[in-house]
Structures are given as structure tokens and as C-alpha cells.
Design a protein around this ligand. Structure first.
Ligand SMILES: [Zn+2]
Length: 376
């Protein structure tokens, strides 16, 4: 544990916690949502706009950045923060998940993974050691262990073998990471939906020791009920005094349920990706701005939202710029969606501090159940 990276908890409410992850590049208020900046940009957003939505930290993708523009180039240009003009904390994933989902012709061995780039077919290699080196070159503040995201569904023997490989890689990641004051390495719990395997994974990670712990291998198609089933016990297996990060989650109701079960950090492409496909995520649930019902609607998307899309434009205009294929459509809806996510996180933090999380969650679900406002 380095002196300049630490987690302080200020309140709990049931299993939920609120606090602060302190880093030399600034504080991260938890529960936190990290917008995804895949290729050194949160698509359709300026960094200052992302900050204006309330984000304390961004996520960058090692797989994408190592292929283009390349980690060495980013390092020569002063590191990822300077390169993309985001001075606050950045978390990078290890590249493992995207190698599995995007790259062609993979070969997985004890050593690591050989794969072909989805961009130009060139051959690359990722291992715990090379992933640590790439994330160091990028300059990320929170580095993730290199692991194998166990596919779903997996039988227990397959999930066990995959988890144990990830735990051997976690030890190699820890050794390769070395001593880097102010930077953190997070271990990743695996074990699919099997409680014994989750416990074994947590034990192995605790024995190695990390600055934070992620819950991996969820949100891979198992569904919310199965995910919550794992989250009923998995966070409690991880050290209480370290941040817990649920990777790749999620929809607003996934986040609320996971916070209630003790998760502190989240990332997901959903708000930014939905913003580019005409889907607004609101207190009333998802609103499809493509729908013809908005053609003549002069009302804001959400009158209570203070984002630019809601405070300065009508539903009719948002519908129009989407239909016309205007770039502004992606910009406005992405801004709204990220703003909505950050407001949700603030609401969760306030509710945990006040000891009213259950009421907050009840109101959250009730508003969504009402659905969108009636058409004019
Ligand atoms: Zn809005």
C-alpha cells in the first residue's frame, strides 16, 4: 500500500458504503461511475464536458491503446493523461477481456495470449508482465491485473481452471507491477457463479495483497438475477478496507442493486454507446428519441435534468438531429446519459451518508415503473 493511494470510508448503510479513493491526481468519490474512454476519448465528449457531468475518473482500454496509437507512442507524448487532456485519475483494464471479445486467432497458454489485431491483423502478445508494462507506459493511476474473463456459461471444472490461471497471473501481475508510489494495482476475483470458487479466488487475492479488488466475470450474459445472486456474497469475501470494483456494469438498476450489495466502483459503455444510438437513459427509464412521438414535442427530455440536452433543447429538436444524422445528436444524448449516471451516483452517495438507501432505491424503482411522460 502506497502512502498516496488510499481508500477512506465515511458511511455505510447495510452492505453499501460511501467514501473516497484518494490518488495524487485527485479524489474519486464512491460509489463511482467511470465513463469509458476506449480510444483515449469518451466518444462525442470533450474531457471538460465529461468532468462537468461529475466524473472523477475515466477508464481507458489497454487493448485498443496498445494497437493504436501504441503504448510507447503515448509514453513519448507525455502519457495518457496529457495525450487526451484529462488530468484526473485514469483506470486502465488489462487488455485480457477485449482480446477475448475482439481479437482474431487467439492462442492462450500459461505464459499469456497471442492474438491478431482486429485492426490490421498484426500479431501481438499479452501476458501479465507485458500488460503491466503497457499500463505503466500509459501512465494509468489504477492498473488492473491481467486475467482471463471466464466465459458464461462455464461448467464448474472449466470455471475453476480458468480462475486458477487468473490467480497465477495475478501473482505475476503483482510481481511485475513492482513498487510504484501513488499508483494502485487491483486484483480481480473470478469463479463465475460458483460460490466456492469465488471464495477460493478471494483467498488467493487476499494472500497476494492489492490496493483494490475487482469482481470480474459478471455482466457476461448471466442476467441480473444471477449477477445479484453472486453479489449477495462476493463483495463480502473481499477486504472491507479496500475499494471494490464491479467490471463492465451496467444498467442503472444493475448499479443500484450492486451498490446495495457493497460495490464501490463501476464502468460501462452503456450511457455513451446509447447516446450515439438515440437512446436516452432517464429517471423514467430508457427513452427512445427516434420514436415519432417526439416529432412535435416542445418539452425537454427531462425537465428536472440540468444537462445541456434537457435545459436548452426540446424533444422535437433531439429527435430531429438524430433523424438528420447530425453529430450534435450524439453529443447531446451522450452528455445527458453521462449526466444522468453521475446524478444517480451522487444520489446513492447522499442516501448512504443519510442512511436512507432503501428509500432511495424504492423511489428509484417507482419512478422507472411509471415510465416516460404521456405523449402530447
Ligand atoms: Zn439531461
Amino acid at each position: 500500500m502506497t502512502a498516496s493511494f488510499r481508500f477512506t470510508m465515511s458511511a455505510t448503510d447495510g452492505a453499501a458504503r460511501t467514501g473516497t479513493v484518494h490518488t495524487p491526481r485527485g479524489d474519486i468519490r464512491t460509489p463511482a461511475f467511470m465513463p469509458v474512454g476506449t480510444a483515449a476519448t469518451v466518444k462525442a465528449m470533450m474531457p471538460e464536458s465529461v468532468r462537468a457531468t461529475g466524473a472523477d475518473i475515466l477508464l481507458g482500454n489497454t487493448y485498443h491503446l496498445m494497437l493504436r496509437p501504441g503504448a510507447e507512442r503515448v509514453a513519448r507524448l507525455g502519457g495518457l493523461h496529457r495525450f487526451m487532456n484529462w488530468e484526473r485519475p485514469i483506470l486502465t483494464d488489462s487488455g485480457g477481456f477485449q482480446v477475448m471479445s475482439l481479437a482474431g486467432l487467439r492462442k492462450l497458454t500459461e505464459e499469456g495470449v497471442r492474438f491478431k489485431s482486429h485492426i490490421d491483423g498484426s500479431v501481438h502478445h499479452l501476458s501479465p508482465e507485458s500488460s503491466m508494462e503497457i499500463q505503466r507506459l500509459l501512465g494509468s493511476d489504477i492498473v488492473m491485473c491481467f486475467d482471463e474473463c471466464t466465459p458464461h456459461p462455464a461448467t464448474e471444472p472449466v470455471a475453476a481452471e480458468s480462475m486458477r490461471l487468473s490467480m497465477r497471473w495475478a501473482l505475476r501481475s503483482r510481481e511485475a507491477f513492482g513498487d510504484r508510489p501513488g499508483h494502485a494495482l487491483f486484483g480481480i476475483q473470478q469463479g463465475s457463479v460458483f460460490r466456492d470458487l469465488r471464495e477460493e479466488s478471494a483467498e488467493k487475492l487476499r494472500a497476494i495483497g492489492f490496493e483494490g479488488y475487482a469482481i470480474g466475470g459478471l455482466a457476461v450474459g448471466e442476467g441480473q438475477e444471477a449477477m445479484f445472486g453472486v453479489l449477495d456474497y462476493a463483495p463480502g469475501m473481499l477486504p472491507e478496507d479496500r475499494p471494490r470494483y464491479l467490471m463492465g456494469v451496467g444498467k442503472p438498476d444493475d448499479i443500484v442493486g450492486a451498490v446495495q450489495r457493497g460495490v464501490d466502483m463501476f464502468d460501462c459503455v452503456l450511457p455513451s454507446r446509447s447516446g450515439r444510438t438515440g437512446q436516452a437513459l432517464t429517471r423514467f427509464g430508457a427513452v427512445n428519441i427516434k420514436n415519432a412521438r417526439h416529432l412535435d414535442d416542445p418539452r425537454p427530455l427531462d425537465p428536472e435534468c440540468s444537462c445541456p440536452a434537457c435545459s436548452q433543447y426540446s424533444r422535437a429538436y433531439l429527435h430531429h438531429v438524430f433523424k438528420a444524422g447530425e453529430i450534435l445528436s450524439s453529443m447531446l444524448l451522450t452528455w445527458h446519459n453521462l449526466h444522468y449516471y453521475q446524478e444517480l451516483m451522487q444520489g446513492l452517495r447522499d442516501a448512504i451518508s443519510a442512511g436512507t438507501l432503501e428509500d432511495f432505491a424504492r423511489a428509484f424503482h417507482a419512478r422507472r415503473a411509471e415510465g416516460d411522460v404521456e405523449p402530447l
